[in-house]
Design a protein around this ligand. Structure first.
Ligand SMILES: NC(=O)c1ccc[n+]([C@@H]2O[C@H](COP(=O)([O-])OP(=O)(O)OC[C@H]3O[C@@H](n4cnc5c(N)ncnc54)[C@H](OP(=O)(O)O)[C@@H]3O)[C@@H](O)[C@H]2O)c1
Length: 254
């Protein structure tokens, strides 16, 4: 991973990224730590991986803690925030990265429970920890953000609909966040090469990811997309609270 944000630019800041023991979340939390932030690596059940990441960050001179929480369980989210409050008193950056819904055996409404209800409930419980000037970032895909106007692969549709419902429910909180001086931005990206989601979708629809790559010109990889998520946490928030990563002409028709 190369240095992305200016060294020391996040000195004194505290950041939590949900689902950061692996993938996009792990790289995002790594970028924050490199810039001097104290970071919370949140995991659901991959404690070992989370602890390895904490060790890597500490070896590089950073400060990190690993805190487990299943986001669909409000009690475990409350316990996570209590740990953060005791450790650091609050948060300056909260990235809502964790997502799911393609897992089997979790029940029909799981995608909505995780991608909408758990996101709203998590942000609501985080409010007492977020001081004026803090920033909340919600991570989504173009396939979800534009699901109302552009159909997606059938296997991803329930996830896309639930993530869009989550995005809308979070956007409905903007007036409240404004009152509290908390900034909010949505980061939307195309399919990302090398992720489990992209691999599963390619398996169900052979050629789909290469077709997306051809249509978009290029696809981002995990560290490149994570870099955009990290930048979204520090750069000015666009007027419509939306930061698009990569080409969106295939979704907007323009
Ligand atoms: N993959 C793509 O092509 C793509 C494209 C655009 C945008 N995005 C967005 O980028 C974000 C990350 O995607 P990704 O592909 O890195 O996802 P992923 O590989 O599926 O990882 C999701 C993360 O969320 C965590 N998680 C899942 N369910 C959880 C729960 N109930 N409680 C707590 N944590 C939970 C996972 O923890 P465990 O490790 O414990 O399972 C994992 O760390 C998502 O918001 C996604 O919509 C992805």
């Amino acid at each position: 991973m190369s240095t992305l944000l200016d060294p020391h630019s996040l000195d004194g800041k505290r950041a939590l990224v949900t689902g950061s023991s692996r993938g996009i979340g792990a790289d995002t939390v790594g970028y924050f730590a490199e810039a001097g932030a104290r970071v919370v690596v949140n995991y659901r059940n991959k404690e070992k991986r989370a602890l390895q990441l904490v060790e890597k960050i500490e070896d590089a001179g950073g400060t990190a803690i690993a805190v487990g929480a299943d986001l669909t369980d409000p009690a475990s989210v409350a316990a996570m925030f209590e740990t953060v409050r005791e450790a650091w008193g609050g948060l300056d950056i909260l990235v809502l990265n964790a997502s799911g819904g393609m897992e089997s055996g979790m029940g029909e409404d799981y995608a909505l429970r995780l991608n909408r209800d758990a996101q709203v409930s998590l942000l609501t419980s985080a409010l007492p920890l977020l001081a004026p000037g803090s920033r909340v970032v919600f991570v989504t895909s173009h396939q979800a953000h534009f699901i109302r106007t552009v159909p997606t692969m059938p296997e991803y549709e329930p996830v896309a609909l639930s993530k869009r419902a989550g995005e809308d429910a979070l956007r409905a909180m903007i007036p409240k966040l404004d009152e509290l001086g908390i900034e909010f931005v949505v980061v939307s990206g195309d399919m990302i090469e090398g992720t489990i989601t992209a691999t599963l979708l390619e398996r169900a629809n052979p050629g789909a990811i290469s077709a997306r790559k051809e249509a978009a010109g290029r696809l981002y990889n995990v560290s490149e997309f994570a870099a955009e998520v990290a930048r979204a946490a520090v750069e000015p928030v666009p007027g419509d609270h939306t930061r698009y990563v990569g080409d969106i002409s295939g979704f907007t028709g323009s």
